[in-house]
Design a protein around this ligand. Sequence first.
Ligand SMILES: NC(=O)c1ccc[n+]([C@@H]2O[C@H](COP(=O)([O-])OP(=O)(O)OC[C@H]3O[C@@H](n4cnc5c(N)ncnc54)[C@H](OP(=O)(O)O)[C@@H]3O)[C@@H](O)[C@H]2O)c1
Length: 258
Amino acid sequence: MKQTGIANFAGKRIWVIGASSGIGEACAKAFINQGAKVALSSRRVERLNAIAEHAKLAQTLVIPLDVTNRDQLTQGYQALLKTWGGLDLLLFVSGIYVPLRADDFEINIAEQTIEANLLGPMRAVALALPEMLKAHSGHIAIVGSVAGYSGLPKALAYGPSKAGIINFCETLYYDLLPQGISVHMISPGFVATEATAQNDFEMPALITTEEAAKEILSGIQRGEFDIHFPKRFSGFLKFLRILPYPLYFWIVRRFVKI
Ligand SMILES: NC(=O)c1ccc[n+]([C@@H]2O[C@H](COP(=O)([O-])OP(=O)(O)OC[C@H]3O[C@@H](n4cnc5c(N)ncnc54)[C@H](OP(=O)(O)O)[C@@H]3O)[C@@H](O)[C@H]2O)c1
């Protein structure tokens, strides 16, 4: 049994959460260009409105919300259902990254990261699932990160939040495949965005947001569960995680300035 893709995005009802910048903005624009109906969500409403301005009338919905607020997500989803009557694809992109190390481990930042990066997608999925299960169709796509594959320096909260996403997607897949609902786990390497602009090191295999969006859209089109890119970097990290720990830690220490 293989899960289905979305061959053509035209007319599909898509909710992009985290659409105001970076990877989410590029995906939202690509969906709009391909004729999809796109609901745009995140906190910065002026940026969502600017994206909506480039779309046809009634092609977009602007639904400002904070993913850490369950009521706002619920109201947003209800507004979407009222207007469109259903949802074909939930794309959860929203996320935060604050570098965090053990010698300055701020629990507030850890809590905010888990709230936004792990509980946020769980809240959105919990909202979308009942209708999708009733219809025996739909797509759930969540942006995690290659940083979730195994422990990396400076990611004391971000890494666990993204490792949680990988496990969440894998576990969803078992239950949703027989129900006709597709799960797409998206693991990007380095993408040039506002979030990575703060990095003080040279990012290997850095790609643009447009390249990332292209990978995401084509992965969803093909019905892939494991959408990871760029392969030259994500493939290397996938290989590292099957190594015995002493070798894994040695290689990471050698390549990453710690
Ligand atoms: N860039 C990379 O190299 C890279 C690599 C691997 C994975 N990722 C993942 O890709 C996703 C997008 O990251 P990006 O690099 O494109 O970063 P970005 O440009 O900073 O975009 C982050 C998005 O998340 C939204 N967001 C953050 N907190 C939110 C909240 N509490 N409620 C609602 N929306 C919220 C932001 O919108 P508002 O500020 O308007 O709310 C923005 O739209 C993240 O999940 C990130 O972890 C990025």
